[in-house]
Design a protein around this ligand. Structure first.
Ligand SMILES: *Cc1c(COP(=O)(O)O)cnc(C)c1O
Length: 414
């Protein structure tokens, strides 16, 4: 019989935002009240202050508050003039919005497979994709076989771990591509870039964050932020954020309403000073999972790489937006954990190249084997800054219980 935990069963949610709010409820209520009393609801002082705070936190020259991570990418692509006749390289193993925005501006998403250890887009897969699908035209631009001009790479720092930005930078320079960082899941994550350590979002031309409530820095609704180096691009982004308007009621480009709400900025401004502490707590929880898997002897579980580039003298700072393991019999394990009231999630069950809405791109099953394998084998366990060690131990015991019974039930193989 597998050993059962010695304490009472408990319910372990994937994410619990309750404690965070209890700790900050007073300053958050005050900040909301300030906005209501000020009658400044759109692009007021709270948005300005929060943009400035993000610049300071990330060491980014410019920050533009927007309505969501999705709208951030949409505005970026519009401001860079990427549209019909263009192609943009990205990963098929990400949240839909990354490729959705590329398609919405009329450009073609060009997928490159992931690295199986980091789950991030693989630089060598991008090089292969360029060699296989693209040719350099007479003007030195890379074009796909169907004639689209390759304009940009959108790497996604998935689950809170930075992509190999040095390699991606090299590729983008070589092929004259813009590097647009999808840092929606990775605010605060770092990478040893050039001479210093840089924060996610600040290593390409432009990057963006999402403040969707469940992200590491969550708003009370939808919100996002763009960071960039170039002042002209920042000005363009501000214009696109407000219907391409400037001065008022004079529109020289077609933008949209991509504004960050004053109330959301006020709430996020209260939370930002705690982000580093929360990231450290997430890292401690990740370390504890590792120690617990070792304690119960679960050596077959592949835990997230914390510093994947250590062999090259590079350290890396994971912020564990998700704690994703790779396991055998994933779906049966998930069912077992569900019975034990331990909530898990699958990010993501289907690669974007296999999504129905992208059928017109002409990809098929088997095109991105590492993405497809990750979609079959990975499972996200509960993680958030305040998660208790008891809850984590309970989850690991339940996983050990599952594999213990599985091994006992399995016919012996030789
Ligand atoms: C959350 C997310 C987005 C979109 O952000 P929203 O604020 O929800 O619009 C984009 N890309 C990735 C990788 C995300 O996780």
């Amino acid at each position: 019989m597998p050993k059962l935990p010695s304490y009472l069963p408990m319910r372990v949610p994937l994410l619990d935002l309750g404690e965070q709010y209890r700790a900050l409820s007073e300053p958050i209520r005050e900040a909301i009240h300030d906005v209501l009393a000020s009658n400044r609801f759109i692009l007021g002082p709270k948005v300005q202050a929060f943009e400035k705070a993000i610049c300071g936190y990330c060491n980014a020259p410019h920050a533009v508050g927007v309505s969501s991570g999705t709208d951030a990418l949409l505005a970026i692509l519009m401001a860079l003039g990427i549209g019909p006749g263009d192609a943009v390289i990205t990963t098929p193993y990400t949240f839909f919005a990354t490729a959705g925005c590329i398609a919405r501006v009329g450009a073609r998403p060009l997928f490159a497979d992931i690295d199986p250890e980091t789950y991030n887009i693989s630089p060598s897969a991008i090089r292969e994709c360029m060699e296989k699908n693209c040719e350099v035209d007479s003007e030195g631009a890379s074009r796909t076989r169907s004639g689209e001009k390759v304009r940009a790479i959108v790497p996604v720092h998935l689950f809170g771990l930075c992509c190999e930005m040095d390699a991606l930078h090299e590729i983008s320079e070589r092929f004259h591509l813009d590097l647009i960082e999808d840092a929606a899941q990775a605010i605060g994550s770092e990478f040893p870039f050039g001479e210093t350590t840089a924060k996610a979002g600040t290593m390409g031309e432009v990057g963006f964050f999402s403040f969707y409530p469940s992200k590491n820095l969550g708003a009370a609704g939808d919100a996002g932020m763009i960071v960039c180096r170039d002042e002209t691009l920042a000005r363009r982004l501000r214009t696109f954020r407000e219907h391409g308007m400037g001065p008022r009621y004079f529109h020289h480009v077609i933008g949209g309403n991509f504004r960050l709400d004053e109330i959301q900025a006020a709430i996020l401004g209260v939370k930002l000073p705690f982000l580093e502490r929360w990231a450290a707590a997430r890292r401690a929880a990740a370390d504890f999972y590792c120690a617990e898997f070792a304690r119960v002897g679960l050596t077959g579980i592949i835990t997230p790489l914390a510093a994947p580039y250590r062999d090259r003298g590079l350290t890396n700072h994971h912020v564990y937006h998700q704690y994703v393991i790779r396991v055998p019999m994933r779906d049966a394990l998930r069912e077992h954990l569900d019975k034990r009231e331990i909530e898990t999630a699958i990010y993501y069950p289907l690669g974007l190249h296999e999504q129905k809405c992208f059928a017109y791109l002409g990809y098929k099953k088997g095109d991105f084997p590492e993405t497809e394998r990750a979609a079959r084998e990975t499972l996200a366990l509960p993680i958030y800054p305040e998660i208790s060690r008891e809850a984590q131990r309970y989850a690991v015991d339940a996983i050990a219980e599952f594999y213990g019974s599985q091994l006992a039930n399995q016919p012996k193989t030789t």
